[in-house]
Ligand binder design. Structure first.
Ligand SMILES: *Cc1c(COP(=O)(O)O)cnc(C)c1O
Length: 394
């Protein structure tokens, strides 16, 4: 095919914005645009908050949200926090982790920071090229006498190989917890994420599938661990004037819980919209050379929140150039989590690590807009641009 035939083979006829054309979208399309439930429900909850004059400190809406989430995930305890990062820090401290903890490099930087922030060395493991998750084979060789634990990440909401990691942890007497920031309402072998390892950490940040604006939680079946974390998130107070544990301020505010209760009511709709987007992308990607979609396992429950593409050498246009081309069209695709934590400034000089799979994934990864506000036409337009770039060097 010559280039004009290639152009004709896609549905996009308009001049690209990088060539001086009008952007395909008048407003920017963001990855992780916040999901917002019914504003009148939120107003009703907030009215309650003002009536109660109870704004924070384990208020009734926080307690209600915790109970609902625990029931939803079939786990004994949900300890709500002000954000996912503090939830990670508190979980790490409550588990008594120290020395070295093995984490994937291919994750959001907070997973590593939550350790380094409290003087623990994150030891970066490679991930499986297909699952983007840790495996026993990438973790086990990194265990040293200083290793105290493993933090698995359910990246993109796709579960880490939990049983495999649990047996590594058990064999070496290590703690195992999960960063489940992406994995609200997803499952592993038919059971909802939330009760695996010693605890799992959720993020309810504005960009996540379920948000409380800012927020997070640790979920666990361990009574003692939950009690300890409740103390830690509230300065160690066991009652008035009675501090029994070192602690910090990790409390969720009532307004966040109001947002959470509101959004829980619409969560099924958010997920259905994500699934519609995902299926449309999957269908279109089937016909695009050099572009592969990171697939969700249809046998599991998924939240379909992340549309993750991999741009291989078979694409005529490189990943980085595609990001520029899309950006000119007002499609703000992201290279999450390029370049990997092990290549970020705070960590890159300390470690002498080679993570070939992480480097390959980081060079290819492209996260695309999704969610309830994206129409089928929007997705078609995004795919037209991608297809043009994949077939022809832009
Ligand atoms: C969002 C996120 C966090 C941090 O959560 P915040 O609520 O933003 O503090 C941690 N880990 C991963 C993998 C995340 O995506």
């Amino acid at each position: 095919m010559n280039s004009s035939q290639i152009e004709a083979s896609t549905t996009r006829k308009a001049k690209l914005a990088i060539d001086g054309g009008t952007p395909a979208f008048a407003q920017p399309l963001h990855v992780g645009r916040p999901n917002v439930g019914d504003p009148t429900r939120f107003a009703t909850y907030m009215h309650q908050v003002f009536e109660n004059r109870w704004l924070t400190n384990n208020g009734p809406l926080v307690q209600e949200l915790e109970a609902r989430i625990a029931a939803d995930l079939d786990v004994k305890h949900c300890v709500a926090m002000c954000n996912g990062t503090i939830a990670l820090e508190i979980a790490i401290r409550a588990l008594g982790l120290s020395g070295e903890v093995i984490v994937p490099s291919w994750t959001f930087i907070a997973t590593a920071h939550a350790l380094a922030w409290q003087g623990i060395s994150p030891v970066f493991a490679d991930v499986d090229p297909d699952t983007h998750n840790l495996t026993a084979a990438t973790v086990e060789p990194l265990i040293t006498p200083r290793t105290s634990g493993i933090i698995g990440v359910h990246l993109w909401g796709r579960p880490a190989p939990i049983e495999e990691l649990q047996s590594v942890a058990d064999r070496h007497g290590l703690a195992l917890m999960f960063d489940a920031a992406h994995a609200f309402r997803t499952s592993y072998r038919g059971r909802r994420i939330g009760s695996f390892g010693q605890c799992e950490v959720l993020s309810f940040h504005a960009t996540k599938v379920f948000n409380t604006m800012e927020g997070g939680a640790v979920v666990t079946n361990d009574d003692q661990l939950a009690a300890k974390m409740r103390l830690m998130r509230n300065f160690g107070f066991a009652g008035f004037d009675n501090v029994v544990h070192p602690g910090t301020n990790g409390k969720m505010i009532e307004a966040s819980a109001a947002m959470g209760l509101t959004n829980l009511e619409s969560l099924d709709e958010f997920v259905a919209a994500n699934k519609r987007c995902y299926e449309q992308y999957a269908l279109r990607f089937d016909g695009i050379p050099g572009l592969d979609l990171v697939l969700y396992d249809p046998a599991e429950e998924n939240n379909y929140h992340y549309i993750v593409a991999s741009v291989s050498d078979a694409s005529a246009t490189s990943r980085d150039r595609l990001v520029e081309v899309l950006s000119a069209e007002n499609v703000l695709a992201r290279k999450y989590f390029w370049p990997g934590c092990h290549r970020m400034l705070p960590y890159r000089d300390e470690m002498d690590v080679i993570l070939p799979n992480t480097d390959t994934i980081a060079a290819r990864n492209l996260v695309l807009p999704s969610g309830p506000t994206l129409s089928p036409d929007d997705i078609d337009t995004i795919c037209d641009i991608l297809e043009l770039g994949a077939r022809k060097s832009l």
